[in-house]
Design a protein around this ligand. Sequence first.
Ligand SMILES: [Fe+2]
Ligand SMILES: [Fe+2]
Length: 465
Amino acid sequence: MSQSKRSETDKFLDESFIYDGIVIALIISVVNNIYDLSILGLANEFILILIVWYGIVEHFIRSSKTMNIDTRYRLFFYATFLIGSVLNTFIYKAYGITFIPIIIVPMIITLLIDYEFGASAGLILSLSTAFHYRDFFMFLQLFPQVFISTYLLKNVRSRMQVTKAGLISGIVSLGMILLQEPVRHFYFSSRDYLILFLNPLVSSIIVLGILPYIEVSTRIYSNIGLAEISTPNHPLLKLLIVHAPGTYYHSMRVAELAEHAAENIQANSVLARACAYYHDVGKIRNPEYFIENLKTPDDNPHNELSPDISRSILINHIKDGIEIAKKYRLPIQVEMAIPQHHGTRVQKYFYTKALEIDPNTKIEDFKYPGPRPKTKEMGILMLADVVEASSKSLKQPTIDSLKRVIQNTVIELFEEGELDETGLSVDELKIIMDSFAKVFETLSNQRIEYPTVAEKNEDYKLINK
Ligand SMILES: [Fe+2]
Ligand SMILES: [Fe+2]
């Protein structure tokens, strides 16, 4: 995308923020008033939601990298938010306050986007519902559930954490009602207490049940979904190991490096791992043109090709990767990692070769299309990719020579400006370097101890008992 086109899109997105809040506030206040329309009530709720939106939510949207990586994230946030508003209103009207599934939407938004957005959506939903029925106690009953359930889902890694958040939220819900008991003007029955306790737990189970369907249909994935696709059993990785085994093993090692580095700087290590698994998936189409898949250096088909053709083949693994990611409905973030892992780097080897033939060769023609990495996880992926590939060129790798490779890579990418948009600080780069070195150290220490003949015989006896 050209610079001018990019800035036009940015401008449009920036301007549309102004209207997003107005549209959302209008829809939610209309939905709240659908059964008992009051113009004054509607206007009051509209203003209340506007204040919360422009005071809190808009700030989060502007500063969130996740929300701004793709318009689909924003549309998903708004759509889920509005569905939550309709759901709460209808359920409240039909079954009463005890049945309002207030945490479903905030939980889904937290799992798929971020905690801040989940909590903000929950704040607006509980505030506008309580305001509509002029019942402040209702807010004190609904919002603590939202706050606890979304807070407990920050950096979620397993399904168990989701149901645990639901259970704790149920205890909080019950506790809030019991605390209000002395000052409330009406009382709940023991059946109501049971429903108030079970509601968040059942809501969390519903969230787990519908999550995979949302992920596959929107391609917006939670950490749970990302972990599920980061397994060698995925059909695409099975194809990769058969058609491009060298690329497969390269990707596994990049994943190892990226995951540990991300963990050490408190970035999303699950995302870094998933992106590493699939970053070179485009190489499935022409595996024999990529060095890691060659049996011997003499097999290199590029020796027979012009640098121009070699350049196109290499650049095409980005285009092919994006196509394959779309076809297999990989997460949007994984698809975006494919062009970002090479950023706008120059294919130096083929550029130098082309210069020897034609000194007027333009450097731009030998650059990957970009964009440059836009998040810390994408920056780590680029670094891990280059470090892993460079480590292979060492004839007799030692820890010291590997450390030199790591250092040179970081300096090179930093000076090229490829890491400029990642938000990685110098301190974080140092942590990443140490982390890469530790992974190499661990890998080099892993020697498979083969069993002795005597041990083998013992095992055989045990199996055949
Ligand atoms: Fe690549
Ligand atoms: Fe790679």
